[in-house]
Write a protein that binds this ligand. Structure first.
Ligand SMILES: NC(=O)c1ccc[n+]([C@@H]2O[C@H](COP(=O)([O-])OP(=O)(O)OC[C@H]3O[C@@H](n4cnc5c(N)ncnc54)[C@H](O)[C@@H]3O)[C@@H](O)[C@H]2O)c1
Length: 314
């Protein structure tokens, strides 16, 4: 991150989760003087992600919390909003829309009077089930499940608030398929890379939907953290955080087997999910130009680093 913004007090919602905890620990390392506050109700996050954390944790549901009562007149230099229901197979529409949208709305209402910069997590899930085309930020969203729908509403609210209130930074970072250390707590909602690594390590044949040629933009969490931090210095808008490449599940299996030294045969089965995205791929032109984002990890590099971290073999 450009050192231009000196952070003294930062709030990270969802900071006990996968991406949030990686962000918190990076902030702590780069801004050792900063006081970092995590707001997380631990519905999917895990304290184990934050054992090295030296800041504060508000164990609160951000979609129901009275932010003013919680933080008083405390002024943050930045709010990173990561809190969200992240299980895309959670189809309770009332819950997904309420918690995801109202959590964000409350964050913005709290930030507005002081124009505290807000960087929030958007999602490539908003693109829905398109063809094999490269995704661009301005393409019309077509959410195929209620999780994606809730994320689309976040983008709509952010756009409107940024239009209405001048000189207030609200930046969305649209994550693609993120993988890396500190995702194990997500269980079935963790990345395909994590799931397949566990299967292969257990000596089981890797199992993927037929024919394994569905392509996703798999992006390593270290790149996603960089993109999120860069959001603090970017013009308002939504920016992709992907690797810029679509890679198949078969590629993932090959990368994992190369690291593990195994040659297990893949087992293919029918896909039960009608809303499954067959192809995601981030166009990075806007992120490169306006965010200054330059992902460092190819799929193979990310998988290697993930193994090196020890988090894939815990
Ligand atoms: N992991 C991915 O591939 C990916 C892709 C696109 C977007 N995202 C977005 O990135 C963000 C982080 O996701 P993640 O992968 O780290 O998932 P995660 O489930 O590990 O993290 C989400 C965190 O938010 C917390 N949380 C959820 N609702 C809350 C609420 N109402 N109040 C307080 N805390 C709440 C959870 O306890 C958890 O710690 C989410 O907004 C998610 O939608 C993730």
């Amino acid at each position: 991150m450009k050192k231009s913004v000196e952070l003294k007090k930062v709030l990270v919602t969802g900071g006990a989760g996968f991406i949030g905890s990686n962000l918190v620990l990076t902030l702590q390392e780069r801004h050792p003087q900063a006081w970092i506050v995590v707001a997380d109700d631990f519905r999917s996050g895990n304290f184990k992600n934050l054992v090295d954390f030296r800041g504060d944790v508000a164990g609160m549901d951000v979609s129901r919390m009275d932010w003013r009562a919680q933080f008083g007149l405390e002024r943050f230099d930045a709010i990173f909003h990561e809190a969200s229901i992240t299980d895309t197979t959670e189809h309770d529409q009332r819950l997904q829309v309420h918690d995801n949208v109202e959590g964000f709305r409350r964050a913005l209402e709290f930030a507005r009077p002081t124009k505290t910069p807000v960087v929030y997590a958007s999602s490539a899930a908003t693109y829905g089930i398109g063809g094999a085309a490269v995704n661009v930020e301005d393409q019309p969203p077509k959410p195929a499940n209620v999780y994606a729908f809730s994320k689309m509403i976040l983008d709509n609210i952010a756009r409107e608030q940024a239009r209405r209130v001048s000189a207030w930074r609200i930046v969305g970072v649209r994550y693609f398929n993120v993988y890396g250390p500190r995702e194990a707590h997500k269980g079935a909602a963790a990345s395909m890379i994590y799931q397949l690594a566990q299967q292969i390590r257990a000596g089981k044949r890797p199992r993927v939907f037929k024919s394994g040629e569905q392509k996703r933009d798999f992006v390593y969490v270290k790149d996603v953290v960089e993109a999120t931090l860069l959001g603090l210095n970017a013009p308002n808008g939504v920016y992709h955080a992907g690797s810029g490449h679509a890679r198949s599940f078969n590629d993932v299996i090959a990368a994992l087997q190369a690291q593990l030294g195994t040659r297990l045969e893949t087992e293919y089965f029918n896909n039960p999910y009608p809303f499954y995205q067959p192809h995601t791929e981030a166009d990075l032109s806007r992120s490169r130009a306006r965010l200054g984002y330059a992902p460092k990890f190819s799929l193979e590099d990310g998988v290697r680093d993930y193994f090196k971290s020890g988090f894939l073999t815990l």
